[in-house]
Design a protein around this ligand. Structure first.
Ligand code: 8YV
Length: 321
């Protein structure tokens, strides 16, 4: 019988599904040596949020497939997996809408200062009718700049255009005619997006090209009353430059669901800033969607192991080996 290593807790029904097809070994990835030993004795693996390095796979001669319970796959060395003949699968579609909801919650919360003002009320500071000191900025009718118009970017654009009558600008490696037709989205260069958008929203995967793509020059190119929204990966932003830009008023604020170091250290300056909404990487984190992701990842893994999987494969070149 095949053996599968699971390094993320799985819903009972998903675990039972896997156990119908393989022996499942559940491991604590923080026990590094045990985790590596389990990978070396497995045919497949399933989990998320843990970096899987080439060194961890040396000796894993039986390993044929890894299934990440995520759309992002920056925690893997994809070229190395392909060289080893290991199929990598991910869960792109099932989380699109929940993640777009999170992005829009960050837009609204940062624009209208929801977290800051909710804390202000809880602290007993609301003693009279509010005034300009409590005002935020409008979202409806403003310009949203989406950096990366993929699945999640498109779902965010739909919310913006159809729900909030926003003008949508975007950058993307290739045009997105569907978003242009359905939402009036306009493809522009990054410089124009940064100079024009009231909200700059990062929806790109983390790659060598996108790492720190938003740094001091890009933040300075934004409007002073603009807000940066990041629910992609923390490292797409130079966090030190962002902290400086937020502190000196280069931009109005930030709504962040991801950070260069996660969990965000308690002494991060970001946590002291009233113009920052910080969430703990909850992008896809609803009961419904996390279950759907785990189920999708389990089906991907079994399909990859039995050679029947056709979709959700990150490194399709491995199938040519
Ligand atoms: C995941 C994410 O929930 O899908 C991704 O890439 O970042 C989140 O949706 C997270 O990776 C934990 O699984």
């Amino acid at each position: 019988m095949k053996k599968i290593v699971a390094w993320k807790s799985l819903p009972e029904d998903v675990l039972a599904y896997l156990q119908q097809h393989a022996e499942v070994v559940q491991v604590d990835a923080t026990q590094h040596e045990r985790f590596v030993a389990a990978l070396r004795d497995a045919d497949g693996g399933i989990g998320s949020s843990v970096k899987i390095t080439p060194a961890m796979l040396d000796g894993a001669s039986r390993l044929k497939a890894l299934s990440t319970i995520s759309v992002g796959f920056d925690q893997f060395d994809v070229d190395d997996l392909t060289r080893r003949g290991i199929v990598l699968t991910h869960t792109p579609d099932v989380l699109t809408e929940s993640t777009a909801d999170t992005v829009f919650s960050l837009i609204l919360a940062s624009a209208r200062r929801v977290v800051d003002l909710a804390n202000w009320v809880k602290a007993g500071e609301w003693k009279e009718s509010i005034g300009p000191a409590q005002f935020g900025v409008d979202v409806h009718g403003k310009t949203l700049g989406i950096v990366g118009m993929g699945r999640i970017g498109g779902a965010v654009a739909r919310r913006a255009a159809l729900g909030f009558n926003m003008r949508v600008l975007y950058t993307n490696r290739s045009p997105n005619p569907a978003a242009e037709k359905a939402y009036g989205a306009q493809r522009v260069e990054l410089a124009e997006l940064l100079a024009t958008a009231d909200f700059v929203c990062l929806q790109v995967p983390l790659t060598a090209e996108t790492k720190h793509m938003i740094g001091a020059p890009q933040l300075k190119a934004m409007k002073r009353d603009a807000i940066l929204i990041n629910a992609s990966r923390g490292a797409t932003v130079d966090e030190a430059a962002l902290i400086e830009a937020l502190a000196d008023g280069t931009i109005r604020g930030a709504g962040l669901d991801v950070f260069q170091t996660e969990p965000l250290p308690a002494d991060s300056p970001l946590l002291q800033m009233h113009n920052v909404v910080a969430l703990p990487h909850i992008g896809s984190a609803t009961h419904e969607t996390r279950h759907a992701m785990a189920k999708n990842a389990a089906e991907n893994l079994i399909g990859a192991l039995d050679g029947t999987l056709t979709g959700n494969i990150v490194n399709r070149d491995v199938l040519k080996k």
